[in-house]
Design a protein around this ligand. Structure first.
Ligand SMILES: [Zn+2]
Length: 119
């Protein structure tokens, strides 16, 4: 558990560093994840942390920027919150993390669409 949380925090730092390198730190400078050269872990990051905490803002058409003010607010408090890894509720869709393949899937399904494992 500790290890997992630590890994997520390192990942969050890497995502933030990438936004800073590209200067995508305002709505008029928003870039797509492809332009930023973000690896596929970015989607998961958005789902679990950046999006929920409002650190990475999605402007439109998959364009994102880093909200430095928000980031400062969060990191000056208690740092990143502890992960709740199993169920994530966002935009009224409950997602479940498959214990077999690790992908997230819609909670209304009774099987993982990625690997077919049951709940
Ligand atoms: Zn699966």
């Amino acid at each position: 558990m500790y290890r997992r949380n630590f890994a997520s925090r390192e990942r969050a730092k890497r995502v933030i560093a990438i936004f800073r390198q590209h200067g995508a730190i305002g709505p008029e400078k928003a870039m797509t994840s492809a332009q930023l050269g973000l690896p596929e872990m970015f989607d998961e990051f958005m789902e679990r942390r950046g999006g929920r905490r409002g650190v990475i803002i999605e402007v439109s058409e998959g364009k994102y920027y880093l909200d430095e003010a928000k980031l400062k607010e969060i990191t000056s408090n208690a740092g990143w919150p502890v992960d709740r890894t199993v169920i994530i509720k966002e935009k009224e869709i409950v997602k479940i993390r498959c214990p077999y393949c690790g992908n997230l899937y819609d909670g209304s399904l009774d099987k993982c669409p990625h690997c077919g494992a049951g709940r």
